[in-house]
Structure formats: C-alpha cells, structure tokens
Write a protein that binds this ligand. Structure first.
Ligand code: B12
Length: 216
C-alpha cells in the first residue's frame, strides 16, 4: 500500500478515492493501525498545518475532514479487534442558545482523526447536560463551542455547573469558537483555548498522552 496516494486523496478531499484505497489496503492485509496512523491521521496532520498556516481554508479543510471520516468509518468496526485503544474520551457540544455547529463538527472530526473517542452532544446544549454526559461516559476532556458574543457567558455557566456538582477537577475543559479568546479562557478558568480545529485536536492528543504518562 502506498500511503502517499491515500494521503494525497485525503488532502484533496476525495471521499470516493479514500474509500476505495482504504478498502484496498484492507484487502492487502495492511494492519488497521497502520491504515489509521499512516494513511488517515498523518495526512490530516498535514491538512491541519496547511490550515493553520492559511495555505488552505475552511471549505478545503471540511472536504479533507469528510474524506478522512469516510476512511475512519470503514476501519472503525475493526479497531477493537486489532487492539487499538482510543487515546481518550471527549464530550463536545455547542453551548445553550447557540445553534452554530460547523466549527464544532470540524473540531470533533479532527479529534476523531487523532484517534480520540468523541461524543458529540450537539447544539444548544443545557449546562447540566455536559456534566451528565461527561460523567456517564467517563470523559477525559469536555470541549465547549460558542459562536456568539451573547452565548459566550454560557461557557462560564457550564464550567460553574461542573464546579457546583463537585466534579470540575476530573475534566480538562477546552473552549473555542470565533469570539472566544485566551483572555476569556483565563477569565472563566478554562483549561485550554485554541483558535482552530487542528490545534484543538493536537492539544487534546498531547494532553491525553501526558495524562497517560503521568499515570504510568
Ligand atoms: C454559518 C453561520 C450561521 C448559520 C449556522 C449554521 C450552522 N449549522 O452552524 C446560521 C444561519 C444558523 C446562523 C445563525 C445566526 N447567526 Co451566525 N454565523 C454564521 C457564520 C457566517 C459562519 C460561522 C462558521 O461556521 N464559521 C466557520 C467555522 C469553521 O469557524 P468557527 O465556528 O469559528 O470554528 C473554528 C474555531 O472557532 C474553532 N472552534 C470552534 N468551536 C470550538 C470548540 C473548541 C473546544 C475549540 C478548542 C475550538 C473551536 O475551530 C473551528 C475550526 O477551525 C458566522 C460569520 C463568521 N465569519 O464567523 C456568523 C455569525 C457567527 N453569526 C452571527 C449571528 C448574529 C447569528 C444570528 C444571531 C443571526 C440572526 N439574527 O438570527 C443567528 C443566531 C442563531 C443561534 N441562536 O445560534 C454573528 C455573531 C455576532 C456576534 N458578535 O455574536 C456572526 C459573527 C456573523 C456577523 N458577522 O454578524 N449563523
């Protein structure tokens, strides 16, 4: 299997080609772990770098993310059989009152691409629902998205809800969305702010690797 061809297909957002190439790799008995890491995650890393450097923009990134997701979907059922452990678990959603989901979906897709187990609980999510879901699935990370200046305070409300329920320290809370900034993250005592989906996935992965290392 030539991963360069699969990488190019992902970078160009060619869903059909990605599906064909992933199926071909499986027929050739390429280990699922290699398909995931070298064939699907590595090219999304390149896409993420290109996006962060303004060499490509949201439409191209969405197309690549969709192509990558199509590939991940094919091998997903084989993960458990081949012993790939998800790096960690994330609960992500758009805060209450806010219906924007394109950015949140991109973050979820990139995190899945980085090998994380992502529960997307949707848009207009009530504060307590984030806590409930995080507790239910034993999440490591809670990711909050807000696109309106009027819904940014809901981020603070969610964090307060975690505090009120006495479980704030259990979770790494990441926040983002166009109006959100590092200064706001500091103000509401979020654990992390990043400005785009690629750096969000990168941060989540690094955080989880460190957490795993600290436990070992
Ligand atoms: C598309 C859009 C809509 C669509 C949403 C469709 C959908 N399914 O999401 C619709 C038409 C529904 C909509 C509605 C409204 N919208 Co609107 N919308 C936009 C628009 C044009 C694009 C947003 C977008 O998708 N950007 C692309 C994505 C990829 O970027 P992103 O969301 O910022 O996400 C990136 C990062 O922020 C980050 N990120 C995002 N989430 C997270 C989470 C974490 C944890 C991390 C780490 C990172 C991260 O990663 C993402 C990828 O790199 C923006 C304008 C703009 N240029 O932003 C206005 C905008 C956000 N909307 C605006 C407004 C005012 C509204 C309405 C109130 C309009 C109205 N009068 O009805 C309603 C509100 C509805 C509601 N209650 O939410 C304003 C907000 C102004 C403000 N100061 O608050 C904007 C800025 C337009 C403007 N210039 O006036 N909108």
């Amino acid at each position: 299997m030539d991963f360069e061809i699969l990488s190019a297909a992902i970078q160009k957002g060619k869903v059909k080609d990605v599906k064909t190439l992933v199926n071909q790799a499986l027929e050739e008995d390429v280990p699922v772990k290699d398909i995931l890491e070298q064939g699907l995650i590595a090219p999304m890393g390149i896409v993420g770098e290109n996006f962060s450097a303004n060499r490509i923009f949201v439409p191209e990134m969405l197309m690549s993310a969709r192509a990558m997701s199509a590939g991940v979907k094919i091998i997903e059922p084989l993960f458990s059989e081949s012993g790939i452990e998800p790096v960690g678990t994330v609960v992500i959603g758009t805060v209450k009152g806010d219906l924007h989901d394109i950015g949140k979906n991109l973050v979820a897709m990139m995190m899945r691409g980085a090998g994380l187990n992502v529960y997307d609980i949707g848009i207009d999510v009530p504060d307590a629902k984030f806590v409930e879901k995080a507790e239910e699935v034993n999440a490591d990370i809670v990711a909050l998205s807000a696109l309106l200046t009027t819904t940014m305070p809901a981020i603070a409300d969610v964090i307060r809800e975690f505090e009120n329920q006495g479980v704030r320290e259990k979770y790494h809370i990441m926040i983002g969305g166009a109006p959100v900034s590092q200064a706001f993250a500091d103000e509401v005592k979020a654990d992390c702010y990043t400005s785009d989906a690629a750096s969000a996935a990168e941060h989540a992965k690094k955080y989880l690797e460190k957490k795993k290392g600290d436990r070992a």
